[in-house]
Design a protein around this ligand. Structure first.
Ligand SMILES: C[S@@+](CC[C@H](N)C(=O)[O-])C[C@H]1O[C@@H](n2cnc3c(N)ncnc32)[C@H](O)[C@@H]1O
Ligand SMILES: [Zn+2]
Length: 398
């Protein structure tokens, strides 16, 4: 195997890392990070900025973190440099070239005292740390595609009160383009709808909650979102059958009518629901099992927002603040959202400003918010009939 690869040095957060030189691996002027022998995606800086904030705000003192799929090591090195109270970061990768680069990046950033690097398969590395006294305060699983092959090992290597962070980049299965792949990976049925990225997030959360549940561990969701064609979730581990059952009670199904856009949720493993839409009589589609509970801990978002304000060096600080503000608004709203343009197309009216629709619904006593999933998305408790009435009333062309 060739020992050295062409690299360039980039600054990200407080780290300076050597990454593969994009030009050397570009094809016809285009570069995909997966074409380089070691993976580094500059666009994921947003995910890493949020991760720094999330870990900073949910853990304190003597923090030990594992990132078993490290790539260039940028994420773990940033944890060592940017999260106060980090004592140790364990990084691993199966790719020899990646491990070499991580070692160089650790030296470059002078974090040798905190960061240890292993050329090891992720499940094996996590298993090495699964004894109670060795477990981590946080495990960040950031793979290619689905995180599911690593979730059980990550949970076993996490202490009670620790934080599990998962990335899923397999949006095509999760959004219903390849339903069988979603069934295999997540044991869930996806649905191609206007709100499929929310269903994707809820499928990943549901899977993680179930994986923890088999060990009588409650993985309480702290923060879950989807941007730029990936899902990212954070959850904290609690112990006990009762706590676990309380989470399982929030797993269920979303039932959707693609003809009139009516939808409903049903909790439980095998709940009963009608086959036909109560509004228009068409056949209903179903997605799940998935997480029906809240997607954000408002208090954590608040702390993260304050932390973001303090950290001017974060490249995506403004975007992070915006996401956190939206998550605080929508985090406790019920599942699914409506896309205002789609509603208006069906009503043959032109879309009013989102704020006006939200205000009107609130005026009628219904909770209503925007959503980070879609700039044209509306989350509300109001039934579709009410939304349509309001739209007809306030649309500029009606
Ligand atoms: C998406 S990249 C990681 C990116 C990195 N977390 C970041 O934030 O830049 C996934 C990495 O996982 C490694 N990998 C894939 N399968 C693995 C396995 N079973 N065990 C350990 N590493 C693995 C790949 O070599 C690759 O470097
Ligand atoms: Zn219907």
């Amino acid at each position: 195997m060739k020992e050295a690869i062409p690299t360039t040095v980039v600054k990200e957060g407080l780290a300076e890392v050597e990454v593969p030189e994009p030009q050397a691996y570009a094809r016809e002027g285009y570069f995909d990070p997966s074409w380089a022998p070691v993976f580094y995606n500059p666009r994921m800086v947003f995910s890493r900025d949020i991760a720094v904030l999330a870990l900073q705000c949910s853990l304190t003192g003597g923090i030990r973190i594992c990132e078993p799929l490290a790539g260039t090591g940028v994420r773990g090195i940033r944890f060592a440099l940017e999260v106060d109270g980090v004592e140790e970061v364990i990084l691993g990768d199966v790719n020899k070239l990646a491990v070499k680069l991580v070692l160089r990046n650790v030296r470059r950033n002078r974090v040798e005292d905190k960061v240890k690097v292993f050329e090891e398969e992720a499940n094996r590395l996590l298993s090495d740390y699964s004894s109670p006294e060795d477990r981590f305060d946080a495990v960040d699983v950031d793979p290619f595609g689905p995180p599911t092959p690593f979730v059980d090992s990550a949970i076993r290597a996490l202490r009670i009160g620790g934080v599990l962070c998962l990335t899923a980049t397999d949006m095509a299965p999760l959004c219903g383009v390849y339903p069988m792949a979603c069934f295999r990976k997540y044991f869930a049925k996806p649905l191609k709808t206007e709100y499929c990225s929310e269903l994707a997030v809820r499928i990943v959360v549901g899977t993680a909650v179930r994986e923890a549940a088999k060990r009588e561990l409650a993985l309480k969701p702290l923060l879950a979102y989807s941007v730029d064609h990936y899902v990212r979730i954070y959850g904290t581990l609690e112990k006990g059958a009762q706590e676990t059952d309380a989470l399982l009670a929030q797993i269920g199904y979303v039932v959707h009518c693609s003809s009139c856009l009516w939808r409903a949720t049903f909790s439980g493993l095998a709940p009963r629901f009608e086959a036909a839409c109560p509004r228009c009589g068409e056949r209903l589609d179903v997605a799940g099992p998935l997480w029906l509970g809240k997607l954000a801990d408002i208090e954590l978002c608040k702390r993260m927002l304050e932390e973001a304000e303090k950290r001017e060096y974060l490249q995506t600080r403004k975007r992070a603040s915006k996401l956190l503000e939206l998550l605080m608004e929508e985090g406790e709203m019920p599942p699914t959202y409506y896309v205002i343009d789609q509603l208006c197309r069906r009503l043959r009216c032109s879309p009013p400003p989102m704020e006006e629709l939200v205000e009107n619904l609130r005026g009628l006593g219904f909770k209503a918010t925007r959503t980070h999933f879609d700039g044209k998305g509306l989350k509300t408790e109001a039934p579709i009939e009410v939304i349509e009435e309001v739209l007809k009333e306030i649309s500029p062309s009606s």
